[in-house]
Design a binder for this molecule. Structure first.
Ligand SMILES: *Cc1c(COP(=O)(O)O)cnc(C)c1O
Length: 374
C-alpha cells in the first residue's frame, strides 16, 4: 500500500508521522554492494523488524534490489520473514535453541551455530545429509560463537561437521566503527586463523561498518544492517549513507510562558525570559528517549528550536520563542528527524547511538512508506 491509498483521515489523526523511504534503503544497499571487492556479495540484516522500520516492507524491497541472503536475530523473525520471501536464504544469528530444529527445517531457516553443542544438535542423529548451516567463530567479542578451544576440538575431529553443508563461516567485529582501533586487525588475523582450521566455506567478517575498513575485511560476503537504514558507519567521518526516515511531530498547543515559570515534570526548566512553548505529541513511549530531555531539538521551517524540560510519556516541549506564530500553530508539524538532522544527531542528543534510536521508534507513529517502486 502506498502513502496515497491510506485514508487521509489517518494522517489527520496522527500525533506523529514517520516516513520510511524504501528507495533510499535500496540505494544504500547498492552503495554498499558497489564498494565491495569483486566476488564479494552483499547480504542484509533485517533483525529487530528491520531495525524498527518494518521487515515486512523493507525485506521484499531489498530482495527486489538483488539481495538473496538475509540475517535475522531470532527464529520467530526468521519464520515471519519466510512468509514474505519464500525464495531467499535466511540465517538466524541467535543460533539453535534446544528443541527448535524441526521449525528451522520447516521454514527452511539456516541456523548460525554458535557452539559445539548446537552443531551436534543440528546434525541430530546419524544419517543427516546436506543440512545447511553457518558457523560463527568468536574472534574477540566474547559474546557468541565458537571459542578458540572449540576450534581446536573441531580441527581434531572433523567428523563433527559431517552431513552439514557449510553455507558460511562468520565472525563479528567489535570496533569496526573506529577504523583506527587495533582490535580490528587482531580480529582479522584471528578470523583468518579460524578459517584455516575449518573446512572451506564462504567467509564473512564485516557488518556495515566493517565494509569501510577496506577490502581485506570483505571476504566472500558482508552483512550490513544499520548503514542500510541511514546510520553513519564511521563515527568520525561524514555520513556516506542516504537518510531513510523522516519524523514529524504534531504541535498540540502553544502557550505564552512568563519569565520565572517552569515547564514540565519536576519543574526542571525555568524560563529566564518570557517566551512561547509548543507542546508536541511525541514522548518516551514513542521512543523519544527521556535522556534527550533539555538536550534535543526540532526543526520548524528550517530553524532549530530547543527541547526544554523533561520528555513525558506522550509529550515534549520546545521553546519556539521568536518563531513566526503562523508556523508554530497547533496542528502544524515540527521536524524531529530529517535530512539535515538524522538519526545519529537525534541519538547523540539522547546520549546513545542511531541503532538504539531506530529500534526504539514507537508503534504509535502513523507510518508512510515511500519509494515503493524504486
Ligand atoms: C546486528 C549484526 C550485524 C549487523 O550489524 P550492523 O552494525 O547493523 O551492520 C551483523 N552481524 C551480526 C553478528 C550482528 O549481530
Amino acid at each position: 500500500m502506498s502513502a496515497t491509498d491510506r485514508p487521509p483521515r489517518a494522517v489527520a489523526r496522527a500525533g506523529a508521522v514517520l516516513e520510511i523511504d524504501l528507495a533510499a534503503i535500496a540505494r544504500n544497499w547498492r552503495r554498499i554492494a558497489a564498494r565491495l571487492r569483486p566476488g564479494t556479495s552483499c547480504a542484509a540484516v533485517v533483525k529487530a523488524d528491520a531495525y524498527g522500520l518494518g521487515m515486512a516492507r523493507v525485506a521484499p524491497h531489498l530482495a527486489a534490489a538483488g539481495c538473496t541472503l538475509f540475517f535475522v536475530a531470532t527464529i520467530d523473525e526468521g519464520i515471519a520473514l519466510r512468509r514474505y520471501l519464500p525464495g531467499v536464504e535466511i540465517a538466524v544469528l541467535d543460533g539453535l535453541l534446544p528443541g527448535t530444529g524441526g521449525e528451522f527445517r520447516r521454514a527452511k531457516l539456516i541456523p548460525v551455530l554458535n557452539a559445539l553443542d548446537e552443531i551436534a544438535a543440528w546434525r541430530g542423529g546419524a544419517g543427516t545429509r546436506d543440512l545447511p548451516a553457518m558457523i560463527h567463530v568468536d574472534t574477540g567479542m566474547s559474546r557468541l560463537g565458537l571459542t578458540r578451544q572449540d576450534l581446536a576440538v573441531l580441527a581434531r575431529a572433523p567428523d563433527m561437521l559431517a552431513g552439514l553443508t557449510l553455507r558460511a563461516i562468520l565472525s563479528h567485529l567489535a570496533c569496526a566503527d573506529d577504523a583506527a582501533h587495533p582490535h580490528n586487525e587482531a580480529q582479522l588475523l584471528a578470523f583468518r586463523a579460524a578459517l584455516a582450521q575449518l573446512p572451506p566455506a564462504p567467509a564473512g567478517l564485516a557488518a556495515g561498518s566493517g565494509v569501510f575498513l577496506g577490502t581485506d575485511y570483505h571476504f566472500d560476503f558482508v552483512r550490513p544492517g544499520a548503514v542500510l537504514y541511514g546510520v553513519n558507519p564511521l563515527a568520525s567521518r561524514p555520513n556516506p549513507m542516504a537518510q531513510v526516515i523522516r519524523l514529524k511531530g504534531r504541535i498540540l498547543q502553544v502557550r505564552n510562558v512568563d519569565r520565572g515559570e517552569t515547564v514540565g515534570y519536576g519543574a526542571a526548566h525555568r524560563m529566564d525570559r518570557p517566551g512561547r512553548i509548543a507542546t508536541v505529541a511525541v514522548g518516551y513511549a514513542d521512543g523519544w528517549l527521556r535522556s534527550a530531555s533539555h538536550r534535543g531539538s526540532a526543526g520548524i521551517a528550517g530553524r532549530r528550536v530547543p527541547l526544554v524540560g523533561r520528555i513525558s510519556m506522550d509529550l515534549m516541549t520546545f521553546d519556539v520563542t521568536g518563531i513566526d506564530p503562523a508556523l508554530s500553530r497547533p496542528g502544524n508539524f515540527v521536524d524531529l528527524i530529517d535530512e539535515s538532522y538524522g538519526v545519529d544527531a537525534v541519538a547523540a542528543a539522547a546520549g546513545t547511538i542511531g541503532y538504539e534510536m531506530l529500534t526504539a521508534l514507537g508503534r504509535r507513529y502513523h507510518r508512510v512508506y515511500r519509494g515503493e517502486a524504486g
